[in-house]
Design a protein around this ligand. Sequence first.
Ligand code: IPM
Ligand code: MN
Length: 351
Amino acid sequence: MNLTIALLAGDGIGPEVIDQAVKVSDAVSQKFGHNITWKPALMGAVAIDAVGEPYPDETHEICAGSDAVLFGAIGDPRFDNNPSAKVRPEQGLLKMRKALGLFANVRPTFTFPSLVDKSPLKRERIEGTDLIILRELTGGVYFGERGRHNEGNTAFDTMTYHRFEIERLAKKGFEMALKRGKKLCCVDKANVLEASRLWRETVQAMEKDYPEVEVTYEFVDAVAMRLIQWPKGYDVIITANLFGDILTDEASVISGSMGLMPSSSLGESVSLYEPIHGSYPQAAGKDIANPLATVLSAAMLFEDFDLKDEAKAIRDVVNKSLAEGIVTEDLANGAKAYKTSEVGDWLAKNL
Ligand code: IPM
Ligand code: MN
């Protein structure tokens, strides 16, 4: 297969972890006889520095014209600590999500046999967790009307949802559940919010089309608790943009390290693959960041192009590296820590 992939390294540790995902993807492509053309483009604070905006038109053209997008990380403390900055890297991320129509953010949570004890949660509660949070990504309070009045002393953001936005996300959720544990949980705040009531109504109306899927409805505050009490109770969770943002950070604790969890954002035509973690600016340029979440994001990419053996080969070699202690300092536990680039080289070689 020939694939053209837009490569957005982004900020902080982005370029370093992206480099390893490229090495591993190229190695797997060589092994299975595929050919990847990488198209680098600017995104985030680096794009602001270079051309004055975080998601330039040229980057959009490259992404829209590719088969997929592989993305590193975004964010730079120079902007975080400056509330009056006119442009911020995160605006580029939101613009990109909207422009590429990336409406379904797939964030899996699973445990690695060799790392269960890295999690602050008890082994018996988390071992064998395998759930997916499907977060709506182009609507809700992130994109609703907002503003200030009363001379700036009153501010508002609105959570707006249209039925079609809920339907298309829920459809993905039902389809995923069918291929997995056949359980779907709609997470909302329907005891308070009208938008959540539309979520429930919409998902309830779809239930009859998926008789094999067991559907439950839970409030987001309760899920925040149950998710870490008994994560094995969940299979596929569908939820609104802001709820999903919060719950996925919480869920990453289950796996023991944010450096491990991959994600995809599915659109109508192009999809994007990125690690869940941020740009970790303190580590930028030091060759110490954990590249595995990005490498596993590349595995999700292969999987979505129906290259299942390729995806499995990547996951297997990642597991092997963990089992053999070829890990960066965050996982080294006092033993030898490998550099980001050394982990990438090892993975590519051992494929
Ligand atoms: C995420 C991030 C973004 C979000 C920020 C950086 C805008 O936290 O991808 O989860 O809130 O969606
Ligand atoms: Mn987030």
